[in-house]
Design a protein around this ligand. Structure first.
Ligand SMILES: [Zn+2]
Length: 370
Protein backbone atom coordinates (compact mmCIF):
# COMPACT_ATOMS: atom_id res chain seq x y z
CA UNK A 1 0.00 0.00 0.00
CA UNK A 2 1.44 3.38 -1.02
CA UNK A 3 2.06 5.56 2.02
CA UNK A 4 1.08 8.71 0.16
CA UNK A 5 -0.27 9.65 -3.29
CA UNK A 6 2.29 9.64 -6.08
CA UNK A 7 2.50 12.02 -9.02
CA UNK A 8 3.92 10.60 -12.25
CA UNK A 9 5.18 13.35 -14.54
CA UNK A 10 7.87 14.06 -17.09
CA UNK A 11 9.89 16.93 -18.46
CA UNK A 12 8.95 15.79 -21.97
CA UNK A 13 5.75 17.83 -21.67
CA UNK A 14 7.67 21.05 -21.13
CA UNK A 15 7.96 22.92 -24.39
CA UNK A 16 6.61 20.05 -26.48
CA UNK A 17 3.76 21.09 -28.77
CA UNK A 18 1.58 19.59 -31.48
CA UNK A 19 2.57 22.74 -33.39
CA UNK A 20 0.89 25.58 -35.25
CA UNK A 21 -2.57 26.41 -33.97
CA UNK A 22 -3.33 22.85 -32.80
CA UNK A 23 -5.32 22.86 -29.53
CA UNK A 24 -2.45 20.93 -27.92
CA UNK A 25 0.06 23.70 -28.55
CA UNK A 26 -0.49 24.89 -24.96
CA UNK A 27 1.51 23.71 -21.92
CA UNK A 28 -0.46 21.55 -19.49
CA UNK A 29 1.40 18.93 -17.46
CA UNK A 30 4.42 21.20 -16.93
CA UNK A 31 2.09 23.86 -15.52
CA UNK A 32 0.67 21.34 -13.05
CA UNK A 33 4.19 20.33 -11.98
CA UNK A 34 5.36 23.94 -11.59
CA UNK A 35 2.22 25.08 -9.81
CA UNK A 36 2.16 22.09 -7.46
CA UNK A 37 5.82 22.68 -6.57
CA UNK A 38 5.24 26.40 -6.07
CA UNK A 39 2.48 25.52 -3.62
CA UNK A 40 4.75 23.10 -1.75
CA UNK A 41 2.47 20.21 -2.73
CA UNK A 42 4.96 18.16 -4.74
CA UNK A 43 7.96 17.12 -2.64
CA UNK A 44 10.53 14.90 -4.36
CA UNK A 45 9.29 11.91 -2.36
CA UNK A 46 5.92 12.06 -4.13
CA UNK A 47 7.23 12.69 -7.64
CA UNK A 48 8.05 9.84 -9.99
CA UNK A 49 9.57 10.41 -13.42
CA UNK A 50 7.53 8.56 -16.01
CA UNK A 51 9.36 5.83 -17.91
CA UNK A 52 8.82 5.64 -21.65
CA UNK A 53 6.93 2.50 -22.66
CA UNK A 54 8.83 0.12 -24.92
CA UNK A 55 7.13 -0.55 -28.26
CA UNK A 56 6.41 -4.15 -27.29
CA UNK A 57 4.57 -3.08 -24.14
CA UNK A 58 2.22 -1.02 -26.32
CA UNK A 59 1.20 -4.17 -28.18
CA UNK A 60 -1.04 -4.92 -25.20
CA UNK A 61 -3.56 -2.76 -27.10
CA UNK A 62 -1.94 -1.46 -30.28
CA UNK A 63 -0.92 -3.40 -33.36
CA UNK A 64 2.83 -3.81 -33.92
CA UNK A 65 2.41 -2.27 -37.40
CA UNK A 66 0.87 0.88 -35.99
CA UNK A 67 3.43 1.23 -33.19
CA UNK A 68 6.23 0.90 -35.77
CA UNK A 69 4.59 3.45 -38.04
CA UNK A 70 4.29 5.93 -35.16
CA UNK A 71 7.94 5.55 -34.13
CA UNK A 72 8.99 5.81 -37.79
CA UNK A 73 6.96 9.00 -38.29
CA UNK A 74 8.77 10.62 -35.36
CA UNK A 75 12.17 9.48 -36.65
CA UNK A 76 11.57 10.71 -40.18
CA UNK A 77 9.49 13.77 -39.37
CA UNK A 78 7.23 12.96 -42.29
CA UNK A 79 4.67 10.33 -43.33
CA UNK A 80 3.72 8.94 -46.72
CA UNK A 81 0.20 9.35 -48.11
CA UNK A 82 -0.33 5.66 -47.52
CA UNK A 83 0.67 5.94 -43.85
CA UNK A 84 -1.54 8.98 -43.43
CA UNK A 85 -4.54 7.11 -44.78
CA UNK A 86 -3.87 3.89 -42.93
CA UNK A 87 -2.75 5.16 -39.54
CA UNK A 88 -4.25 8.68 -39.46
CA UNK A 89 -0.81 10.14 -38.78
CA UNK A 90 0.17 13.51 -40.20
CA UNK A 91 -3.41 14.72 -40.31
CA UNK A 92 -4.81 18.00 -39.01
CA UNK A 93 -5.84 16.32 -35.74
CA UNK A 94 -2.84 14.04 -35.32
CA UNK A 95 0.05 16.01 -36.78
CA UNK A 96 3.65 14.98 -37.19
CA UNK A 97 5.65 16.68 -34.41
CA UNK A 98 9.03 16.24 -32.80
CA UNK A 99 7.94 14.06 -29.85
CA UNK A 100 4.95 12.35 -31.49
CA UNK A 101 6.08 8.89 -30.37
CA UNK A 102 8.12 9.65 -27.24
CA UNK A 103 5.48 11.87 -25.65
CA UNK A 104 2.52 9.47 -25.87
CA UNK A 105 4.85 6.55 -25.06
CA UNK A 106 5.81 8.45 -21.90
CA UNK A 107 2.13 8.88 -20.99
CA UNK A 108 1.62 5.16 -21.61
CA UNK A 109 4.73 4.22 -19.61
CA UNK A 110 3.47 6.36 -16.75
CA UNK A 111 0.07 4.72 -16.48
CA UNK A 112 1.53 1.23 -16.84
CA UNK A 113 3.95 1.99 -13.99
CA UNK A 114 1.02 3.40 -12.01
CA UNK A 115 -0.85 0.10 -12.40
CA UNK A 116 2.17 -1.67 -10.92
CA UNK A 117 2.68 0.84 -8.09
CA UNK A 118 -0.97 0.39 -7.17
CA UNK A 119 -0.62 -3.41 -6.77
CA UNK A 120 -1.23 -3.14 -3.05
CA UNK A 121 -3.44 -0.07 -3.10
CA UNK A 122 -3.03 3.69 -3.00
CA UNK A 123 -3.49 6.75 -5.18
CA UNK A 124 -1.50 7.77 -8.27
CA UNK A 125 -2.01 10.87 -10.41
CA UNK A 126 -0.77 10.75 -14.02
CA UNK A 127 -1.89 14.03 -15.61
CA UNK A 128 -0.07 13.19 -18.86
CA UNK A 129 -2.43 10.23 -19.31
CA UNK A 130 -6.03 10.25 -20.47
CA UNK A 131 -5.72 9.96 -24.27
CA UNK A 132 -8.97 8.05 -24.56
CA UNK A 133 -9.60 8.18 -28.32
CA UNK A 134 -6.57 6.17 -29.50
CA UNK A 135 -7.49 3.07 -31.53
CA UNK A 136 -5.58 -0.22 -31.79
CA UNK A 137 -4.33 0.46 -35.30
CA UNK A 138 -4.56 4.23 -35.73
CA UNK A 139 -4.34 7.64 -34.13
CA UNK A 140 -7.64 9.33 -33.37
CA UNK A 141 -8.67 12.74 -32.02
CA UNK A 142 -5.24 14.04 -30.87
CA UNK A 143 -4.54 10.62 -29.30
CA UNK A 144 -1.71 8.52 -30.73
CA UNK A 145 -1.87 5.81 -28.06
CA UNK A 146 -4.70 4.86 -25.74
CA UNK A 147 -3.17 5.06 -22.29
CA UNK A 148 -6.45 4.61 -20.37
CA UNK A 149 -6.80 1.15 -21.95
CA UNK A 150 -3.18 0.38 -21.08
CA UNK A 151 -3.78 1.68 -17.53
CA UNK A 152 -6.73 -0.69 -17.02
CA UNK A 153 -4.76 -3.61 -18.46
CA UNK A 154 -1.84 -2.83 -16.17
CA UNK A 155 -4.12 -2.71 -13.13
CA UNK A 156 -5.61 -6.06 -14.18
CA UNK A 157 -2.15 -7.52 -14.75
CA UNK A 158 -1.17 -6.43 -11.22
CA UNK A 159 -4.10 -7.99 -9.46
CA UNK A 160 -7.19 -5.83 -9.97
CA UNK A 161 -10.21 -7.93 -10.89
CA UNK A 162 -12.89 -5.28 -11.24
CA UNK A 163 -12.01 -1.91 -12.69
CA UNK A 164 -14.37 1.06 -12.80
CA UNK A 165 -13.45 3.63 -15.43
CA UNK A 166 -15.04 7.05 -14.97
CA UNK A 167 -14.58 9.60 -17.73
CA UNK A 168 -15.69 13.21 -17.24
CA UNK A 169 -14.00 14.63 -20.33
CA UNK A 170 -16.31 16.58 -22.66
CA UNK A 171 -15.76 13.89 -25.32
CA UNK A 172 -16.84 10.25 -25.31
CA UNK A 173 -13.99 7.73 -24.75
CA UNK A 174 -14.61 5.74 -27.92
CA UNK A 175 -11.25 3.93 -27.87
CA UNK A 176 -11.74 2.68 -24.31
CA UNK A 177 -15.27 1.49 -25.06
CA UNK A 178 -14.06 -0.46 -28.09
CA UNK A 179 -11.65 -2.47 -25.94
CA UNK A 180 -13.82 -3.27 -22.94
CA UNK A 181 -17.15 -3.75 -24.64
CA UNK A 182 -18.97 -6.80 -23.20
CA UNK A 183 -16.22 -7.24 -20.57
CA UNK A 184 -18.01 -7.77 -17.24
CA UNK A 185 -14.85 -7.00 -15.27
CA UNK A 186 -14.75 -3.39 -16.47
CA UNK A 187 -17.49 -0.84 -15.84
CA UNK A 188 -17.27 2.37 -17.80
CA UNK A 189 -19.20 5.50 -16.87
CA UNK A 190 -18.86 8.43 -19.23
CA UNK A 191 -20.39 11.90 -19.06
CA UNK A 192 -19.86 13.82 -22.28
CA UNK A 193 -21.38 16.55 -24.41
CA UNK A 194 -24.09 15.33 -26.80
CA UNK A 195 -23.81 15.93 -30.56
CA UNK A 196 -20.07 16.37 -30.32
CA UNK A 197 -17.20 14.47 -31.92
CA UNK A 198 -16.65 11.44 -31.90
CA UNK A 199 -20.50 11.13 -31.91
CA UNK A 200 -20.42 7.80 -30.07
CA UNK A 201 -21.69 7.26 -26.52
CA UNK A 202 -25.44 7.55 -27.00
CA UNK A 203 -27.60 6.91 -23.94
CA UNK A 204 -28.74 3.60 -25.46
CA UNK A 205 -25.19 2.46 -26.20
CA UNK A 206 -24.46 -0.12 -23.49
CA UNK A 207 -21.41 -1.89 -24.95
CA UNK A 208 -22.92 -5.20 -23.95
CA UNK A 209 -23.68 -3.94 -20.48
CA UNK A 210 -20.22 -2.56 -19.69
CA UNK A 211 -20.91 1.11 -20.44
CA UNK A 212 -23.09 3.71 -18.83
CA UNK A 213 -23.11 6.59 -21.28
CA UNK A 214 -24.61 9.92 -20.27
CA UNK A 215 -24.64 12.47 -23.08
CA UNK A 216 -25.40 15.92 -21.65
CA UNK A 217 -26.66 19.08 -23.35
CA UNK A 218 -24.73 22.32 -23.77
CA UNK A 219 -24.24 24.47 -20.72
CA UNK A 220 -24.00 21.63 -18.16
CA UNK A 221 -23.64 23.40 -14.79
CA UNK A 222 -22.21 22.39 -11.42
CA UNK A 223 -25.62 21.64 -9.88
CA UNK A 224 -26.41 19.26 -12.73
CA UNK A 225 -23.02 17.59 -12.46
CA UNK A 226 -23.57 17.11 -8.71
CA UNK A 227 -26.77 15.21 -9.49
CA UNK A 228 -24.81 13.12 -12.02
CA UNK A 229 -22.21 12.44 -9.35
CA UNK A 230 -24.66 11.54 -6.60
CA UNK A 231 -27.27 9.68 -8.63
CA UNK A 232 -25.19 8.04 -11.32
CA UNK A 233 -21.42 7.95 -10.80
CA UNK A 234 -21.20 7.13 -7.09
CA UNK A 235 -24.00 4.51 -7.01
CA UNK A 236 -22.85 2.89 -10.27
CA UNK A 237 -19.35 2.52 -8.82
CA UNK A 238 -20.66 1.43 -5.43
CA UNK A 239 -22.85 -1.36 -6.83
CA UNK A 240 -20.01 -2.57 -9.04
CA UNK A 241 -17.65 -2.79 -6.02
CA UNK A 242 -14.42 -2.30 -7.97
CA UNK A 243 -10.98 -3.03 -6.60
CA UNK A 244 -9.56 -0.31 -8.83
CA UNK A 245 -10.87 3.01 -10.14
CA UNK A 246 -9.50 4.98 -13.06
CA UNK A 247 -10.75 8.56 -13.29
CA UNK A 248 -10.14 10.28 -16.63
CA UNK A 249 -10.30 13.87 -15.47
CA UNK A 250 -10.32 15.80 -18.75
CA UNK A 251 -10.87 19.48 -18.07
CA UNK A 252 -12.47 20.45 -21.37
CA UNK A 253 -15.96 20.45 -19.81
CA UNK A 254 -14.98 23.63 -17.95
CA UNK A 255 -16.80 26.79 -19.01
CA UNK A 256 -13.89 28.62 -20.63
CA UNK A 257 -12.55 25.68 -22.64
CA UNK A 258 -12.40 26.51 -26.36
CA UNK A 259 -13.39 23.04 -27.64
CA UNK A 260 -16.66 22.25 -25.89
CA UNK A 261 -19.78 24.03 -24.74
CA UNK A 262 -20.20 22.69 -21.24
CA UNK A 263 -20.12 25.11 -18.31
CA UNK A 264 -18.64 23.38 -15.31
CA UNK A 265 -16.34 25.04 -12.81
CA UNK A 266 -13.41 23.03 -11.53
CA UNK A 267 -15.38 22.49 -8.32
CA UNK A 268 -17.21 19.71 -10.18
CA UNK A 269 -13.94 17.94 -10.96
CA UNK A 270 -12.71 18.36 -7.39
CA UNK A 271 -15.96 16.99 -5.92
CA UNK A 272 -15.98 13.96 -8.20
CA UNK A 273 -12.35 13.14 -7.47
CA UNK A 274 -13.04 13.44 -3.75
CA UNK A 275 -16.14 11.27 -3.96
CA UNK A 276 -14.14 8.44 -5.56
CA UNK A 277 -11.21 8.53 -3.16
CA UNK A 278 -12.47 5.95 -0.71
CA UNK A 279 -14.51 3.74 -3.01
CA UNK A 280 -11.82 1.21 -3.88
CA UNK A 281 -8.32 0.31 -2.70
CA UNK A 282 -6.69 1.64 -5.88
CA UNK A 283 -7.29 5.01 -7.53
CA UNK A 284 -5.53 6.20 -10.67
CA UNK A 285 -6.35 9.72 -11.85
CA UNK A 286 -5.51 10.65 -15.43
CA UNK A 287 -5.62 13.91 -17.36
CA UNK A 288 -7.35 14.08 -20.74
CA UNK A 289 -8.72 16.99 -22.73
CA UNK A 290 -8.37 20.59 -21.62
CA UNK A 291 -7.33 23.27 -24.06
CA UNK A 292 -7.36 26.50 -22.07
CA UNK A 293 -3.91 26.63 -20.46
CA UNK A 294 -5.15 28.37 -17.30
CA UNK A 295 -8.20 26.14 -16.72
CA UNK A 296 -6.35 22.91 -17.30
CA UNK A 297 -3.33 23.84 -15.18
CA UNK A 298 -5.49 25.06 -12.30
CA UNK A 299 -7.93 22.14 -12.50
CA UNK A 300 -5.34 19.37 -12.42
CA UNK A 301 -3.25 21.09 -9.76
CA UNK A 302 -6.39 21.38 -7.69
CA UNK A 303 -7.08 17.68 -8.23
CA UNK A 304 -3.58 16.84 -6.99
CA UNK A 305 -4.35 18.99 -3.93
CA UNK A 306 -7.64 17.15 -3.38
CA UNK A 307 -5.91 13.76 -3.59
CA UNK A 308 -3.54 14.96 -0.85
CA UNK A 309 -6.23 16.58 1.32
CA UNK A 310 -4.55 19.95 0.89
CA UNK A 311 -6.34 23.07 1.98
CA UNK A 312 -7.21 25.20 -1.07
CA UNK A 313 -5.61 28.63 -0.84
CA UNK A 314 -8.10 31.45 -1.40
CA UNK A 315 -5.35 33.42 -3.10
CA UNK A 316 -2.21 31.96 -4.59
CA UNK A 317 1.24 32.88 -3.33
CA UNK A 318 3.31 35.16 -5.55
CA UNK A 319 5.48 32.37 -6.93
CA UNK A 320 2.44 30.20 -7.72
CA UNK A 321 0.76 33.19 -9.34
CA UNK A 322 3.81 33.82 -11.50
CA UNK A 323 3.51 30.30 -13.01
CA UNK A 324 0.05 31.29 -14.25
CA UNK A 325 1.08 34.83 -15.27
CA UNK A 326 3.75 33.35 -17.53
CA UNK A 327 1.23 31.29 -19.55
CA UNK A 328 0.47 32.34 -23.12
CA UNK A 329 -2.49 31.37 -25.30
CA UNK A 330 -1.32 32.40 -28.76
CA UNK A 331 -3.98 32.57 -31.43
CA UNK A 332 -6.93 32.56 -29.02
CA UNK A 333 -8.80 35.65 -27.89
CA UNK A 334 -9.08 34.20 -24.37
CA UNK A 335 -5.35 34.74 -24.03
CA UNK A 336 -5.39 38.49 -24.72
CA UNK A 337 -6.41 39.62 -21.27
CA UNK A 338 -6.97 36.63 -18.99
CA UNK A 339 -9.28 37.49 -16.07
CA UNK A 340 -7.47 38.11 -12.81
CA UNK A 341 -8.77 35.00 -11.05
CA UNK A 342 -7.12 32.73 -13.66
CA UNK A 343 -3.79 33.85 -12.24
CA UNK A 344 -4.56 34.38 -8.57
CA UNK A 345 -6.75 31.41 -7.59
CA UNK A 346 -6.95 27.65 -7.98
CA UNK A 347 -10.65 27.14 -7.26
CA UNK A 348 -13.17 28.58 -9.72
CA UNK A 349 -16.31 30.37 -8.64
CA UNK A 350 -19.07 27.72 -8.58
CA UNK A 351 -21.45 27.74 -11.52
CA UNK A 352 -24.68 26.49 -9.99
CA UNK A 353 -27.92 26.51 -11.96
CA UNK A 354 -31.25 24.80 -12.63
CA UNK A 355 -31.29 21.05 -13.16
CA UNK A 356 -32.86 20.30 -16.51
CA UNK A 357 -35.47 17.57 -16.76
CA UNK A 358 -33.77 15.92 -19.72
CA UNK A 359 -30.69 15.29 -17.58
CA UNK A 360 -32.77 13.76 -14.79
CA UNK A 361 -34.63 11.57 -17.29
CA UNK A 362 -31.40 10.27 -18.81
CA UNK A 363 -29.95 9.50 -15.37
CA UNK A 364 -33.16 7.60 -14.54
CA UNK A 365 -32.84 5.59 -17.74
CA UNK A 366 -29.32 4.55 -16.74
CA UNK A 367 -30.30 3.85 -13.14
CA UNK A 368 -32.89 1.40 -14.42
CA UNK A 369 -29.93 -0.77 -15.48
CA UNK A 370 -28.33 -0.94 -12.01
ZN1 LIG B 1 -12.09 15.92 -24.59
Amino acid sequence: MLKQPLFIGSEIYRGSSYGGLHPLRVPRVSTVMDLSRALGWLPDAQYVTSPRAKPKALWAFHTPEYVSALARAERRGVVSDLERDQFQLGTHSNPVFAEMFRRPATGAGGVMLAGELLSNGGIVHVPGGGTHHGMPDRANGFCYLNDPVLAIKSLQHHGAERVAYIDIDAHHPDGVEVEFSVDPSVRMISVHEEKRWPFTGALEETAGGSSFNLPVPRGLNDSEMRVVQEELIVPAVDIFAPDAIVLQCGSDAIEEDPLSRLSLSNNAHAEIAKSLMNMSPRLMVLGGGGYNPWSVGRCWTRIWGVLNDQKMPTRLSKNAESVLRDLRFEGNSRGRSPPEHWCTTLADQPNEGPIRNEIRARIDALRARF
